[in-house]
Design a protein around this ligand. Structure first.
Ligand SMILES: Cc1ncc(COP(=O)(O)OP(=O)(O)O)c(N)n1
Ligand SMILES: Cc1nc(C(=O)O)sc1CCOP(=O)(O)O
Ligand SMILES: [Mg+2]
Length: 213
């Protein structure tokens, strides 16, 4: 996963899903437009269920050229052949995660709204740094917040891509795009879109394109 010229869409799965039932809506969402990455984010699920979800959903993403990242678990990402892992500040040592993933898989690290955490993440081998939450989110209890100036500062200072996350929608994403976010990570904007996930992907991509004009 590398930052390109423009801002790209990074999709995260809904908090709860049945992998077999979810494969079809996922395929339709990914076929609706250019999605750079999909993160499997399931909480309070045992390893067997996570492995089953990976086995079913990873081919849906990878067959479409969409990078498949595992939330929280660099060990499982490496074992199962995922394209990478996203870890937070409470998810273990990033250096150990990088060791598990090897040099070629993507490692993303949550940095909240902290310049210090972002620079530390870069030094510890992150392939991208994630800032958030930028807006109120119903997807999780977000305990940290970020403002667009951190995206601007980061993109001026460093080459490493940045991800913006937290309550992002087609209606509010323009300042993040204009501040230099390389990726916008979303859950609700796509999976809770009133016209379906495919409409959610299209709306996000149209909003990103409009903000870049
Ligand atoms: C792209 C991206 N950014 C941030 C997060 C949040 O990670 P974390 O702080 O570990 O919180 P949980 O997702 O584990 O609840 C993320 N998952 N993805
Ligand atoms: C998983 C996650 N991490 C966040 C952070 O701030 O680190 S906000 C968030 C939820 C993102 O979902 P939605 O797009 O529905 O707001
Ligand atoms: Mg985590």
């Amino acid at each position: 996963m590398s930052g390109g010229d423009g801002c790209q869409l990074y999709l995260i799965t809904p908090p709860a899903l049945d992998p077999r039932a979810f494969a079809d809506p996922l395929a339709r969402a990914l076929d609706a437009g250019d999605v750079a990455a999909l993160q499997l984010r399931l909480k309070d699920v045992d390893d067997d269920a996570l492995k089953r979800a990976i086995e079913i959903l990873m081919p849906v993403a990878q067959s479409r050229g969409v990078a498949f990242l595992m939330n929280d678990r660099a060990d499982l990402a490496a074992k199962m052949g995922c394209d990478g892992a996203h870890i937070g500040q409470e998810d273990g040592d990033p250096v150990a995660a990088r060791k598990l993933l090897g040099p070629d898989r993507t490692l993303g690290i949550t940095c909240h709204g902290s310049r210090h955490l972002a620079m530390e993440a870069g030094e510890n081998g992150a392939d991208y740094v994630a800032f958030g939450a930028f807006f109120p989110t119903a997807t999780k209890q977000a305990e940290h917040s970020a403002t667009p100036d951190i995206l601007e500062w980061w993109s001026e200072m460093f080459e490493l891509p940045s991800v913006a996350i937290g309550g992002i929608t087609a209606g509010n994403c323009a300042p993040l795009v204009r501040s230099g976010a390389d990726f916008l990570a979303v859950v609700g904007a796509v999976w809770n879109h009133p016209d379906g996930p495919d409409a959610g992907v299209r709306a996000m991509l149209e909003a990103i394109t409009a903000a870049e004009r």
